[in-house]
Design a protein around this ligand. Sequence first.
Ligand SMILES: Cc1cc2nc3c(=O)[nH]c(=O)nc-3n(C[C@H](O)[C@H](O)[C@H](O)COP(=O)(O)O)c2cc1C
Ligand code: SF4
Ligand code: SF4
Length: 345
Amino acid sequence: MMLNVLLVYFSGTGITRYYASLICEEMESRGYSCDTLNIEDFTNLPTLWQKKPVALNYTIHAEEKRPLGKYPWPYLDLKNALHIIDENPLFRRLASEWSNYDLIGFGSPVYGFRPAPVMIRFLLDLPVFERPVRVFSFATHDGAQGDYEPFMRGLLTMKGLNYVGHTDQSFIYSASVVLRKKFDHVKTGRLLINKSIQARKNINIFLEYIHSLYQGIPYWYKRDSLIGKFVGIPYRFFYSYGIDLLLNHFLFGYGIHKDDCVKCMTCVQQCPQGLIELDDEGYPIRHYHCMYCLRCLNWCPTDALFFSKATDRKARFPGPEVLIAAAQQDDFDLRVQRMRKNILP
Ligand SMILES: Cc1cc2nc3c(=O)[nH]c(=O)nc-3n(C[C@H](O)[C@H](O)[C@H](O)COP(=O)(O)O)c2cc1C
Ligand code: SF4
Ligand code: SF4
């Protein structure tokens, strides 16, 4: 069986992008063709998001607790956003372009138990498809994906698409890295390699299900058990406090060491919500609460930015590929050392 597949995704710090590449590799090893599309590569996310911004609860809470500035745009609460049938005329062509695919996957990181706000905005802006193309959702997270799947199912079904399932992988909480003094690249790289092996196994279970779907004898592969659901309720309760604490106390704010800033504009360009502007002296400033994807912080070349004292001069997340390469290089060096020990007296 040969399937034409498209994976459309948003990725804050690169983990979802990496996961999409794993899904593609597994699909290709089965003879499917697989294209990937980062939504940032074909649309201007800040413009898209700022026109009708949707926000997760933690942003709205943060703004209520400690307003940073005046809202330039009213943020739309997610639950309300889902009831507004929206369509962006710029995306109308996608309905015919994407209808040639047999299967489309939509993926994003889990933020606050839901898809990332810019992904939700993008999905709301899609046209209603006349051909009910088969679609699935995929996600990366840290073990608590909450309502991610029902949200994606609801959004994609609303657009006339035929939602067939979901696959996901827990990797690491890339945001928490900025609270650590030191960050062990090699150790995290090894963890990511192990998680990738697990991810490939789960992707293959999912692809078996996809295969059965096209053979006309679908079986549901869902791993959720009733016990898992009960354990999930208290876990979710504590986790949501953890997220609130992390985002609204440790990551809160926006600071800059002006002496270190080289005015390169990387942070301005990297912000998927277009929230960073320049002050009168040309230094970046963020007036409003954001989704805390941490790209501005992580990609600043001189480490001039911080969100709070807790994140000042702390570790940065360099992206999964860098970490995996560090682990592989280290393992290689270790193997060479061992070999030498065996050969040399
Ligand atoms: C703002 C924010 C909120 C998050 N909320 C959750 C969450 O509710 N549950 C979870 O399991 N992981 C959560 N995470 C962890 C991310 O889902 C995880 O690190 C993801 O793999 C990042 O993917 P990316 O590199 O593609 O952005 C959160 C991360 C951030 C930055
Ligand atoms: S990325 Fe860093 S150095 Fe560049 S403008 Fe932003 S704060 Fe300044
Ligand atoms: S200000 Fe920084 S953390 Fe917030 S959305 Fe923009 S890039 Fe992400």
